[in-house]
Design a protein around this ligand. Structure first.
Ligand SMILES: [Zn+2]
Length: 401
């Protein structure tokens, strides 16, 4: 099989030009790169190259560099960090690393990760004030407090210590709390669920969540697992969203803020949460935002990736608009959901989106004892937290009935 790789120049890419897509052809996009089955048209803004597979073209979605570490000999055609296009020999098995990457055959249009410019909406001063009060110093303090715990491995004592810290903050933000226990192998773990009720006659439900657990894949059982970026940052974003929302005494819609356990063992906490939703809650659940790694600045520009499925498009659009209205973030979009707590929601047809630092695959310290706060950029963390909090406030306090 042949594929054609074409690069648009930077200006055309930023303007969102996709020549092949506008001809109705199924294309895959990675930033300014377009992948097509047919040769690209002669277009001054494109330069292209043809690649021929010796085996099969496959798409890899990976955490960190996990696929490349496990399979160093793979022929990588396109390296986009979290996503790779590879040429893989027929009938050869790849070395698996459970929960760390997925490999699927290339299909036209399977990968869509373009730059997406949000549209500025009328700015609400109440939202601007509430998210403007989020400070990078406070975020750093809270991330450092969680990362100082020896490990937040889902089945270890440090996880309970982290739950206590988070409960105090969420209770202070006026939430009702519940510890949701679930089985985890031959032990158990917990989600921490914080709720606020809305006053609308038929309130919708919005969920914001992040996994609180951490893991160290290098050190084995009992190893230090600070998990600063993965995922103290996301947990702190959820708590700061609760704090920002607490300046709105009355909400229209219900919100549920969740810190998931068991993510690193295979999304156990979020699967359990989704399974417990009754039919009525599932029907009124109108959007889910999951934050997983929000503090490593891997690109020069402050960048967030919004990752969902086609059914998540409204939430993606809302988040991109919040980023444009209340932050300085550049937004990228992918429609290939993978390996975090948004996936169990999407599997049940619920619109969910992951918000994650741009080019997360370039962060080299994930799942190691080196995932500590001195590697992070709390201005990026602040910007992502502002976007997520603005989304929650916009929906819960001002959303349509
Ligand atoms: Zn994570």
């Amino acid at each position: 099989m042949d594929l054609y790789l074409s690069w648009m120049d930077e200006r055309a890419a930023k303007a969102g030009r996709t020549t092949a897509a506008s001809r109705g052809e199924a294309v895959s996009r990675l930033g300014s790169l377009t992948i097509t089955r047919n040769p690209p048209p002669r277009d001054m803004s494109m330069r292209g190259t043809k690649v021929t597979a010796q085996g099969d073209f496959m798409i890899v979605a990976q955490k960190g560099r996990s696929f490349q570490r496990a399979n160093p000999d793979a022929r990588v055609i396109v390296d986009h960090g979290r996503y790779l296009l590879i040429d893989w020999p027929e009938n050869k098995e790849w070395v698996e690393e459970p929960g760390c990457f997925a490999v699927v055959p290339y299909e036209d249009g399977a990968l869509d990760m373009g730059l997406r410019k949000g549209t500025a909406r009328p700015r609400r001063s109440e939202i601007a004030d509430a998210v403007g009060a989020i400070s990078a110093d406070e975020l750093r303090l809270q991330v450092e407090r969680l990362a100082a715990i020896h490990s937040r491995h889902s089945a270890e004592a440090g996880y309970l210590e982290a739950l206590d810290i988070c409960e105090t903050i969420l209770e202070g933000a006026g939430c009702e709390l519940e510890r949701q226990e679930f089985p985890l192998g031959d032990t158990r773990s917990w989600n921490l669920v914080a709720r606020r009720r809305g006053a609308a006659a038929n309130p919708k439900l919005y969920v914001i969540g992040a996994h609180l657990d951490s893991v160290n894949h290098e050190g084995g059982d009992g190893a230090r697992a600070p998990g600063a970026d993965d995922n103290a940052t996301g947990s702190v974003t959820v708590m700061q969203a609760a704090v920002a929302l607490s300046s709105f005494a009355e909400l229209k819609h219900d919100v549920c803020l969740v810190l998931f356990g068991g993510e690193e063992q295979g999304l156990h906490g979020s699967r359990h949460f989704v399974e417990l939703l009754d039919g009525a809650d599932r029907d009124r659940l109108s959007g889910v935002v999951n934050i997983d790694m929000a503090g490593s600045r891997n690109m020069q520009e402050l960048t967030v990736l919004l990752e969902g499925a086609p059914l998540s498009q409204t939430v993606i659009d809302d988040l991109a608009d919040m980023a444009k209205t209340y932050t300085e973030l550049e937004t990228q979009v992918s429609l290939s959901p993978y390996a975090s707590d948004h996936v169990p929601f999407i599997d049940k047809g619920i619109p969910a989106v992951l918000t994650i630092e741009g080019a997360d695959g370039a962060y080299p310290h994930e799942h190691t004892a080196r995932d500590i706060s001195s590697n992070l950029d709390f201005e990026l963390h602040r910007q992502i937290t502002m976007m997520d909090a603005a989304w929650l406030i916009e929906k819960a306090a001002f959303g349509e009935d």
